[in-house]
Design a protein around this ligand. Sequence first.
Ligand code: S3P
Length: 167
Amino acid sequence: ALAAAIEPKIVMVGFMGAGKTTVGRALASWLGRPFVDTDELIAASAGRSIAEIFAEDGEQFFRRLEAEAIIEVLTGAPAVVSLGGGAVGTRAVREALTGHRVVFLDVGYDEALARVGADSGRPVLARPDLPELYAARQQLYREVATVTVPSTGEPGQTHQELADQLT
Ligand code: S3P
């Protein structure tokens, strides 16, 4: 009965550089719904950037804040929600996604890196096992997705394909 009371959200998942924020924002305005970026939410409520949270308190701490923020947003008002690329690594997040429309923006590894560049705001980019992390996450994105859209170089085209699939 509790689950039935939760409004399904449209949730964007995918690796860093997949275009979750860009495409999610376009989709939200097209649908006339609010757009929520959970990374922005976490940074705002912590009063620190994501990079600062990682540097000062570590990744595990960030993952707890992240899971709490996501669960709160998913049980709140209708919205298009963009998750950080690593959120699906947390079991509680994967479970909370059940019943929502989860859009996997599928970007190739090289394309993803080319798009984000050496952005210091993304501490996970410095990990030596980044290719393995990418591969492991692709599995998780597929697992939680209800819709998969290739993320091409052109956000407008990705948005159009997604709009077609969601209507
Ligand atoms: C992360 C991705 C980031 C942000 C944090 C960790 C990751 O979000 O949540 O830096 O583990 O891949 P984006 O996917 O929006 O860059």
